[in-house]
Design a binder for this molecule. Structure first.
Ligand code: HEC
Length: 312
């Protein structure tokens, strides 16, 4: 064999190793905090709280210790109708705060300044905190409504009906736990993808988010904007109970176990009976598939569907 071939190989190896060393050494010198939070970033971190991967506040990843996102139509303090309904992010005592509130310099300079001066996010509150997203010109910022207006979590929750309350923060934990990212991305990639799945995210959309759940390689539709193209809770219910009910050739697994033991009326869910009837339907012995049970308000599937519908 010719010696020259070894020399080419050695150079190529050196080039690859050198290139990867450069990335490893220089990428950390990029200052991620120079990215200024967008409104999307503020909404994401206030909705999801501190962390949706494994963490000490929720070691079994059950979606515990998460904030609630509540649509507020009347001023919780005075009871007067608001000119415009607004979302409030409710943090009860003990719910860990999002990254941008613990470390405001991660919000980016302009957003940090407004959140601290006008929004008073640094103020300590004893009985939990309610946050809002406000704007000054084009710049969004976080407001501590407990400090500025005296809105407490109790007041906000008292005025809210169940359909105004979103458990999307807990749902995002389940998205991570259930491995949805093994097939789905939250990152539309270039050209045709953008036409089908919508606009790609911007750098400032990720401030304070952990983990980002970009997904591994893609086996299924991108979900970054899924709530914009499909906002049907009923469709989501059928699809999660058994994807083959709505997409006969789907390879997506069933997530029926997220319904838990009982349905919305407190009746025990008989999974074995359901599957027998479904098999009969599949074999052509029944005309209709069995009905999918309505989930209980505090079930895991409710959290997950709330998260799906929050992806606008
Ligand atoms: C084995 C791969 C796989 C896994 C794991 C998986 N999915 Fe899917 N999913 C698919 C495929 C394939 C489709 C497209 C066919 C269909 O609709 O069933 C899909 C479709 C969807 C849709 C409809 C998308 C649209 O464009 O309307 C949603 C919503 C969804 N999945 C959510 C989830 C969630 C949430 C999880 C985790 C709990 C999950 N999926 C886990 C493969 C997967």
């Amino acid at each position: 064999m010719n010696f020259r071939e070894y020399k080419i190989g050695a150079r190529m190896f050196g080039f690859a190793l050198g290139g990867s060393m450069c990335i490893t050494l220089f990428l950390p010198s990029f200052d991620f905090r120079s990215a200024v939070s967008t409104e999307t970033a503020l909404d994401k971190q206030l909705t999801a709280g501190w962390e949706t991967g494994w963490n000490v506040y929720d070691p079994l990843m059950l979606g515990h210790n998460k904030p609630l996102k509540v649509l507020v139509k009347t001023d919780p303090k005075s009871g007067q109708p608001l000119a415009e309904a607004t979302y409030a992010y409710v943090y009860n005592v003990g719910t860990p705060l999002p990254n941008g509130i613990d470390h405001p310099d991660n919000l980016g300079e302009s957003v940090e300044k407004l959140s601290e001066t006008k929004g008073q996010i640094g103020q300590k509150t004893a009985n939990g905190t309610v946050y809002l997203i406000k704007h000054e010109g084009n710049v969004p910022y976080i407001e501590n409504a407990t400090a500025t207006m005296g809105w407490t979590p109790d007041m906000v929750m008292k005025g809210a009906s169940d359909s105004d309350i979103s458990h999307a923060g807990a749902g995002k934990t389940l998205f991570v736990r259930e491995g949805c990212w093994w097939c789905h991305t939250l990152l539309p990639e270039q050209t045709q993808d953008w036409q089908v799945f919508g606009a790609p995210p911007m750098l400032g959309d990720f401030n304070g988010e952990s983990p980002t759940a970009f997904g591994s390689d893609r086996k299924a539709p991108d979900l970054l904007h899924v709530g914009s193209r499909n906002s049907s809770r009923e469709w989501m219910m059928l699809h999660f109970f058994n994807p083959r009910l709505v997409q006969p050739h789907s390879i997506m697994p069933r997530f029926d176990y997220l319904w838990g033991k009982v349905d919305a009326n407190g009746q025990k869910i008989d999974y074995a009976k359901w599957r027998t009837e479904y098999d009969e339907y599949h074999a052509g012995k029944r005309i209709d598939p069995p009905d999918v049970p309505m989930y209980a308000k505090n079930s895991e599937i409710r959290d997950l569907i709330d998260f799906m519908l929050s992806l606008k």
